[in-house]
Design a protein around this ligand. Structure first.
Ligand SMILES: *Cc1c(COP(=O)(O)O)cnc(C)c1O
Length: 401
């Protein structure tokens, strides 16, 4: 097994990227990245930004929400949520759902906020009743916001946002409802307005099929007003300063023109396919992956991390492996010899599983190819597996009957 140099060696065919982010980038989006830079007075700059704002709103399901972009990854957008919505020394409720909820909580603590956590139970989605309880236990309303991770990309679990919103409402607590949609936007149904979301937090490199580099938040009027009242010192992340018709203000400096050109094209692709069709395609691809895992699991070694089938994400599937399995060697074999890249498990799950991303620019053919190669890698490593690829193929064929 040899490592192919990243840039200067041609890989015959394509390397399949089954990571839950970054995800494969469509050809048209790649081409948009090569567009020349413009002077800041060129009206095309503003036009590109406006197209990204208006293109993102239907994907988020908001009519009147404001969108603010940052040159950042998802962690930057997390920071924007913390610094804009939570006063210095204030508190935030972070319901446990895995590695990503914990990461956001740790970041809030690093920025001087107090974090109230609800317990994370491995394999289960967010516990809605625990949210109501935690908020009732805060009679002085010190908790400024509830930070919910819609799809925890580490556990492969998607929580029921309507139930979580209802839990917040039932508590009678005025906390803002803030949702991380980094891994779920363009993958799972999400309706900012209908859910009464106050802030959604996203990034470009997952369901939106772009390179990493653009983070964003969408805000309700209530969240924006909270940001206006919030005395927390901030500059780059300040959405109040960014609310302006001037692109230089909107981006706190030079906009990332090429990334925005790419995002505009990617949003156009989603619109062209139709959002309901995009979501249905992701459900279908997740179904093929689940069929493969069911087949593999028949040999008794592998299994789903998500205990309840209803909470398995349409973006990524987390698969558990027996103790002693060398996941890193498995990934290296699949990536370097078979040209399929997939992800390991994160944080407390490291070494206990692997993850297959099936989001973004994907179709049944590339996914079945990836599943077949992953099965080959598992067999080559001596991991006992049943007929996963056969089961996925039969599931696809059965859809057509
Ligand atoms: C990927 C991801 C993040 C972090 O995004 P980065 O771009 O890696 O900073 C946050 N939340 C979720 C749910 C994610 O999947």
């Amino acid at each position: 097994m040899t490592t192919t140099p990243y840039l200067d060696a041609r890989i015959p065919g394509r390397r399949l990227l089954q990571s839950p982010g970054p995800t494969p980038i469509p050809e048209a989006v790649m081409q948009a990245l090569t567009s020349p830079c413009m002077d800041m007075g060129d009206p095309r700059v503003d036009e590109t930004i406006a197209a990204c704002e208006t293109g993102l709103k239907p994907v988020l399901g908001t009519r009147d929400g404001d969108v603010f972009f940052f040159i950042s990854n998802g962690h930057g957008a997390w920071e924007a949520a913390i610094e804009n919505l939570v006063p210095p020394g204030g508190a935030v409720l972070v319901p446990g759902t895995g590695h990503f909820s914990e990461g956001w909580a740790v970041q809030a603590e690093a920025l001087g906020r107090r974090v109230v956590r609800t317990p994370w139970v491995e394999g289960l989605p967010i516990d809605a009743a625990a949210i109501t309880q935690a908020l009732r236990d805060d009679p002085r309303h010190e908790i400024a916001a509830v930070f919910v991770v819609h799809t925890d990309t580490s556990s492969g679990i998607t929580s029921d946002l309507a139930a979580l919103r209802a839990a917040l409402t039932a508590s009678g607590h005025p906390a803002l409802f803030v949702v991380d949609v980094v891994a779920s936007l363009g993958v799972e149904p999400f309706d900012f307005d209908a859910l009464g979301v106050d802030m959604a937090v996203g990034a470009s490199q997952k369901g939106l099929m772009c390179p990493p580099g653009v983070g964003f938040v969408a805000t309700s009027a209530r969240a924006f007003a909270a940001a206006q009242r919030n005395p927390a010192p901030r500059f780059y992340w300040d959405i109040v300063a960014r609310k302006s018709p001037l692109s230089y203000r909107k981006f706190c400096g030079t906009p990332p023109q090429n990334l925005l050109a790419a995002l505009r094209v990617a949003l156009g692709l989603l619109q062209q396919e139709g959002l309901p069709q995009v979501l249905a395609r992701h459900r279908r691809l997740a179904g093929l992956t689940h069929a493969a895992v069911e087949g593999w699991a028949e040999a008794g070694a592998l299994g789903f991390f998500a205990r309840d089938a209803a909470c398995r994400s349409n973006a990524v599937t987390t698969i558990t492996v027996p103790p002693g399995t060398d996941v890193d060697a498995l990934r290296a074999l699949a990536r370097e010899d078979y040209q399929v890249a997939f992800a390991g498990a994160l944080g407390p799950l490291h070494g206990r599983g692997f993850r297959i991303g099936h989001l973004g620019d994907q179709n049944p053919a590339n996914l079945l190819g990836a599943i077949a190669a992953i099965e080959a890698a598992l067999r080559a490593q001596g991991v006992p597996v049943g007929d996963g690829i056969g089961r996925a193929v039969r599931r696809l064929a059965a859809e057509e009957r």
